[in-house]
Ligand binder design. Structure first.
Ligand code: ADP
Ligand code: MG
Length: 263
């Protein structure tokens, strides 16, 4: 079977003043339908830039991005997807949710990209209430503003907002990095349950090796815009081949010596 998403020799150059800066260099990734693919690397290694190119927020400078075998970017324009097919959840629910909008408007905003009939169907009060309950919130929360919620609750709002259009592919960019450790596990479990229930495919971005091990099937390790290693999570945790991956692993104090290798 063909991969759902393929990155072929993807590069991204930013301009900083009159300097050019290569944020991502020659990245190759292929993600199968139904898997959770992890992307790990230190801050500034290019992870979010990859998430943005996949979800249409930044055009690649070079290379090709394919979804179901079709190019996502044509002449600098993001096109060809069913509206709402691809969604992204950002790290910081504080800044990603508009403070002046009520929760209901925040969650249903992505529906504006859909044709009228689909918008009405997917945004029906029944569906909205079911979704809000499913992410662990209550229908009465729909009338409130983001500042009335805790960090974990705000991230649940961001997750509902990403799922309202029934996407197939979701980029999760450090979705729990801003949360207290006790809240992190709840949100990670919710994401795993939602993935099973809705047949989602995830690109899961994190700088936290434990979180990647908990969530992902396969992973790539990034350093300075390049991928240094790709493999199953079991293989990489048991037998990292790149020195940078070894450094990341050695900084994990609670790491077990051996992890089951699921191949
Ligand atoms: P990560 O998510 O791994 O922390 P990013 O993809 O956000 O890394 O950033 C990679 C590099 O690209 C960083 O050096 C960052 O400063 C730079 N960068 C990101 N976005 C922009 C932008 N819009 N303009 C210029 N440089 C950027
Ligand atoms: Mg980032």
């Amino acid at each position: 079977m063909n991969p759902l998403l393929e990155l072929h020799s993807i590069g991204k150059e930013y301009k900083k003043g009159n300097q050019r800066f290569q944020a991502v260099t020659n990245v190759n990734i292929s993600i199968e339908r139904g898997e959770t693919f992890g992307l790990i690397g230190e801050s500034g290694s290019g992870k979010s830039t990859i998430g943005k190119m996949i979800t249409g927020l930044e055009p690649p400078s070079s290379g090709e991005l394919l979804y179901e075998g079709q190019p996502l970017w044509k002449a600098g324009k993001f096109s060809g997807l069913k509206p709402g097919e691809m969604q992204i959840v950002f790290q910081d629910p504080q800044s990603s949710l508009d403070p002046r909008m009520r929760v209901q408007a925040i969650i249903t905003e992505p529906l504006l990209a859909l044709p009228k009939e689909l918008r009405r169907e997917k945004g029906s009060p029944e569906r909205l209430h079911e979704l809000i309950r499913r992410v662990g919130l209550k229908p009465e929360h729909l009338n409130r503003y983001p500042h009335e919620f805790s960090g974990g609750q705000r991230q649940r709002i961001a997750i509902a907002r990403a799922l309202i259009t029934d996407p197939s592919f979701v980029v999760l960019d450090e979705p729990t990095s801003a949360l207290d450790v006790s809240v992190q596990a709840n949100v990670l479990n919710l994401l795993q349950e939602l993935k099973r229930e809705r047949n989602l495919t995830y690109l899961f971005i994190s700088h936290n090796m434990s979180v990647i091990r908990y969530m992902c099937d396969r992973m790539s390790v990034m350093q300075k815009g390049r991928i240094v290693e790709t493999g199953s999570v079991g293989e990489i945790f048991n037998n990292p081949s790149d020195p940078y991956t070894q450094t990341l692993l050695s900084s994990l104090p609670t790491l077990q010596k051996k992890v089951d290798t699921h191949v």
